[in-house]
Design a protein around this ligand. Structure first.
Ligand code: SAM
Length: 212
């Protein structure tokens, strides 16, 4: 017989997130690790530029971290969101990816209000100064490949410049996506970088080399 205190009818909404995760684990239904949050053409283009000895930097971790870190020698990633960082950290550990360094660098100012990509460059930098400058926290390394797929993307592209190896390639995801304020955004990036490859369909991807 059911105890009197329990509700008569159950629905999924009666089950807390903790119970739900416990039930899934109990029945061997693990939440799958995330895939890169990008289209297959974009993933293929990035993979095509990776070499086994590369040191790669990333702003905005995710399925991309799990996928691309297996194609390079060292993978350094910077994330601002604590929950997302925790989820990807757990997946990295579960897979035994020992070449990945993942930093959690929260925003310096609260995120509420205007989305970061719609802010003026100085405001974007003030909000994410520590995150942008975290490129300098991986020791005395330069990066062969850089994936920019997080917050403050033009400012991250500028901050990466002193840390690029001589033949470096920089990927900016969503670069041609009209959701972003792409006019001023493009001007800032194209001041320092020249476009060498692109996926213009789907979520879009731009591939750059730094200008001489
Ligand atoms: C567009 S996602 C890209 C993440 C990663 N580069 C990839 O392709 O998998 C950019 C940011 O969204 C945030 N985020 C939070 N929850 C997320 C989720 N469920 N899926 C993807 N990104 C998430 C994270 O802060 C992450 O850095």
């Amino acid at each position: 017989m059911l105890p009197a205190a329990l509700p008569i009818r159950y629905s999924l909404s009666d089950v807390s997130l903790g119970d739900w995760i416990g039930l899934r684990r109990h029945f061997g239904l693990q939440t799958p690790d995330p895939r890169p949050f990008m289209g297959e053409a974009e993933v293929r283009m990035i993979r095509g530029h990776l070499r086994p000895g590369d040191r790669m930097l990333e702003w905005g971790c995710g399925g991309s971290t799990l996928e691309f870190s297996t194609h390079v020698a060292r993978y350094c990633s910077i994330e601002h969101d604590a929950r997302w960082h925790g989820r990807i950290r757990a997946a990295i550990d579960a897979r035994g990816l020992t070449n990945v360094s993942l930093l959690l660098v929260p925003p310096d100012l609260p995120l509420a209000g205007v989305p970061n990509y719609a802010r003026a460059p100085a405001e974007r930098y003030a909000q994410f100064r520590s995150y942008i400058d975290a490129v300098g926290r991986f020791g005395d390394v330069t990066f062969d490949r850089v994936l920019i797929d997080g917050r403050s993307r033009p400012e991250c592209a500028a901050a990466a410049l002193p840390w690029l190896a001589p033949d470096a390639v920089v990927f900016i995801h969503d670069f041609f996506n009209p959701k972003y304020d792409i006019g001023p955004y493009h001007t800032l990036v194209l001041r320092d970088y020249e476009l060498i490859d692109a996926v213009r369909e789907g979520q879009t991807l731009a591939v750059f080399r730094p200008r001489d």
